[in-house]
Write a protein that binds this ligand. Structure first.
Ligand code: FAD
Length: 340
């Protein structure tokens, strides 16, 4: 099968890119390995809520429907499903892309059963398939988990739990576990709490300023480290203020961890497996391959719902220009060649 463009991954980054591809008139197909819409939001732990309100969690074109307080992941899954339908985005699932090959000026996109050909490929495969666990000396005899497969508090009731990681997922998981388990929360540095009256929207605004500055060719103004990085959601605040949630300096060896369970809240890496050989130092090696989402190295804020828009737009417009389509905001007939 041949298309002008193939988008791998139909999470928020893939959908936002497809929205702009459709507007530019580009013939495209999205391939996603999940059984239904929602991307990584299908896999977060049961109690997870966004760290900002619905009004600050919008994809291009159509805002997230309102929700009282901080929306749960199911609200995002519903939104992404409705977004796909609203714009009739052509998603095929479940399809796992195993490898992308460069053949002449084209790309061949392979799954175990089929192949597709396209001149333009957008990788929007996110990070949840590549949980990161640091290597430490020593050994741990209990059960190890990652926040990617943390199932909620039930298996931990009445046990000793070590939670590693000083960012939002570590704080949230450790906070809720303090109600049912004996928790030791290991962090590499003292927790950097954001002010209690500030939520994720401040981070989003900062990311947007950074993305716009980079888009204008100006230096990246950088993250605002003074502000802190843990959003103090109500359950986190309760656990912190009651004294139940306290940080302990990180161990240097697993032998020091005395617990029944160890939960790594140590983040993710880009899930680039099908295109890894086509990417060097975070940059595509050939024209026609684009990376959207993934967080800072692919663009400030690009791993957030509201922040991915400008990055998706830039990638979709680069695709459209390379294919010779007029791009909104550029004079017709002056399509640029893709950057090599
Ligand atoms: P994904 O949602 O992961 O979508 C990628 C899709 O591609 C998935 O369906 C994946 O299964 C699929 N895929 C991967 N590899 C292949 C392959 N080889 N073939 C086919 N399909 C493939 N952001 C916010 O804006 N607000 C928040 O409050 C917020 N809270 C967060 C809390 C946590 C704990 C985490 C982990 C993230 C949070 N984020 C938040 C960040 C962000 O919104 C998510 O990480 C988001 O899911 C990234 O979207 P994406 O489309 O880039 O990737």
């Amino acid at each position: 099968m041949q298309h002008e463009a193939i988008v791998i991954g139909a999470g928020q980054a893939g959908l936002a890119t497809a929205y702009y591809l459709a507007r530019a008139g580009v013939d495209h197909l999205l391939l996603d390995d999940q059984p239904g819409p929602g991307g990584a939001w299908r896999h977060v732990w049961p109690s997870l809520t966004l760290f900002s309100t619905a009004g600050f969690s919008n994809l291009p074109g159509w805002p997230m429907p309102p929700h009282e307080g901080f929306p749960p992941a199911s609200h995002v899954v519903d939104y992404l499903g409705a977004y796909e339908q609203r714009y009739r985005l052509p998603v095929e699932r479940p399809v796992t892309v195993t490898r992308v090959e460069r053949v002449g000026e084209q790309y061949l996109v392979h799954s175990a059963q089929r192949s597709w050909q396209a001149a333009q490929v957008v990788a929007a495969t996110g990070t949840w398939r590549a949980p990161f666990v640091p290597t430490l000396p020593g050994s741990f005899s209990g059960r190890q988990w990652h926040s990617a497969n943390y199932p909620g508090v039930e298996p931990f009731r009445g046990t000793r739990v070590a939670v590693v990681g000083g960012a939002n997922s570590g704080a949230q998981i450790a906070a809720e576990l303090t109600e049912v388990a004996q928790v030791t929360w290991y962090t590499r540095h003292p927790p950097r709490w954001m002010p209690d009256d500030v939520d994720g929207r401040v981070l989003f605004q900062r990311n947007r300023e950074r993305a716009l500055a980079i888009g204008r060719g100006e230096p990246d103004p950088g993250a605002d480290s003074e502000l802190g990085d843990i959003v103090v959601l109500p359950p986190v605040r309760r656990a912190r203020d009651s004294g139940a949630l306290r940080a302990t300096p990180m161990v240097t060896s697993l032998d020091e961890v005395e617990a029944d369970h160890l939960i790594w809240c140590t983040g993710y890496r880009p899930a680039l497996r099908p295109v890894r050989h086509l990417v060097k130092d975070g940059q595509p090696l050939h024209p026609g391959l684009h990376l959207v989402g993934y967080g800072d190295w692919a663009g400030p804020g690009s791993a957030t719902i509201t922040g991915v828009g400008p990055h998706a737009k830039r990638a979709a417009h680069a695709v459209a220009e390379a294919l010779g389509y007029p791009v909104p905001g550029r004079p017709t007939g002056q399509a640029q060649m893709p950057k090599s």
